[in-house]
Design a protein around this ligand. Structure first.
Ligand code: F6P
Length: 348
């Protein structure tokens, strides 16, 4: 009988429990055992491994967060971290590992597979949707749904007060959440890192809109957007002064407030900001994310069964396929021009 470990790493996201449930169910159906690895890679460094059975995964499909806990621990940045991971893997009698995570967690998985032949398969998780080689990561649809609902609600209060409402959404270095929620919520201006509109252009769009009789506006800004000016100057609002995690990330947040001040100063329109923050990551997954996470979870178990290690479950069109972990983590999937054009068709 084989023993298959499961871990969740990086920022949590709705749908993690749906993957854990699906993988566990299928692995146990095959007569194998499942082991819970707690708190991401830290669990393998510190030996936080225990049994995971049908009872533990019962009723977790709609639950947000992760029953396994998570961390942003990077074994390559911990003294003897990799050796400890390999030692725990052996001591616990694990035959395979399912790593559920984004570019960081899966980047470690890819490296451990390439350098130490660790039998690992990946599942693409992140609300940011920035993982390469898959059309969508699970968690993204829920984040977009939450952001869209917020934009809808902000519309009514913006209209009552004749205000500009700036909504700051997550997404790190990519603008997927901003573009999708902005299109779905009918935003008038969308600002993302990949196609940075200048502050002057954004204000001109708002003024043009107000000249045509609309006296309120919605601006969606992605947290990773750098305030960009016609002069060529760029300012990254968040990060520099805050601590980074073991993957070297800055802590984003704050560009919305700066942008709101700029808009009010330059246009004279009363402006407010809403930072959605971790609300986008909390709570129950949408049906679409539950289904995607479930399909990914089953695929991960199938890859383990087939001995297809170093692979990741992925969505291509409407099909679940597998791709190499190296391909999935070699670069970020940024918002391409054609998506940006859709968003721009409704600007101003
Ligand atoms: O990667 C997911 C994400 O939610 C980003 O959108 C955001 O910048 C970051 O994680 C926040 O991380 P933390 O939970 O460490 O504050």
């Amino acid at each position: 009988m084989a023993r298959v470990g499961i871990l969740t790493g990086g920022g949590d996201c709705p749908g993690l429990n749906a993957v854990i449930r699906a993988t566990t169910r299928r692995v146990i159906d095959r007569g194998w055992e499942v082991a819970a690895v707690r708190e991401g890679w830290r669990g393998l460094i510190e030996g936080l491994v225990g049994p995971l059975g049908l009872r533990e995964v019962s009723g977790i499909l709609p639950r947000g967060g992760t029953i396994l806990g998570t961390s942003r621990t990077n074994p390559y940045r911990v003294e003897d971290g990799v050796d400890k991971v390999l030692a725990t893997f052996k001591r616990e009698g694990l035959d395979a590992l399912v790593a559920i995570g984004g570019e960081d967690t899966l980047g470690v998985a890819a490296k451990l597979h390439a350098e130490h032949d660790l039998p690992v398969v990946g599942v693409p998780k992140t609300i940011d949707n920035d993982l390469n080689a898959t059309d969508y990561t699970f968690g993204f649809d829920t984040a977009v749904t939450i952001a869209t609902e917020a934009i809808d609600r902000l519309h009514t209060t913006a209209e009552s007060h004749n205000r500009v409402m700036v909504v700051e959404v997550m997404g790190r270095h990519t603008g997927w959440i901003a573009v999708h929620s902005g299109i779905a919520g009918g935003a008038d201006v969308i600002l993302i890192p990949e196609h940075p509109m200048t502050v002057e252009e954004a204000c001109a769009l708002l003024e043009k809109r107000h000249e045509t009789g609309k006296d309120f506006s919605i601006v969606v800004v992605s947290e990773g957007y750098e305030l960009t000016y016609a002069s060529g100057e760029k300012t990254m609002v968040a990060g520099e002064a805050r601590p980074t995690d073991q993957f070297g990330h800055v802590v984003f947040g704050g560009v919305g407030g700066e942008l709101a001040r700029e808009i009010e100063d330059r246009t004279g329109y009363e402006t407010r900001v809403t930072v959605l923050g971790h609300v986008q990551r909390g709570g129950t997954p949408t049906p679409r994310d539950r289904v995607l996470a479930t399909r990914y979870g089953l695929k991960a178990a199938d890859l383990v069964h087939a001995g297809s290690f170093g692979r990741m479950a992925a969505l291509h069109g409407d099909s679940i396929v597998d791709v190499s972990l190296v391909e999935a983590t070699k670069e970020l999937k940024t918002v391409p021009r054609d998506w940006w054009d859709v968003a721009q068709a409704f600007a101003g």
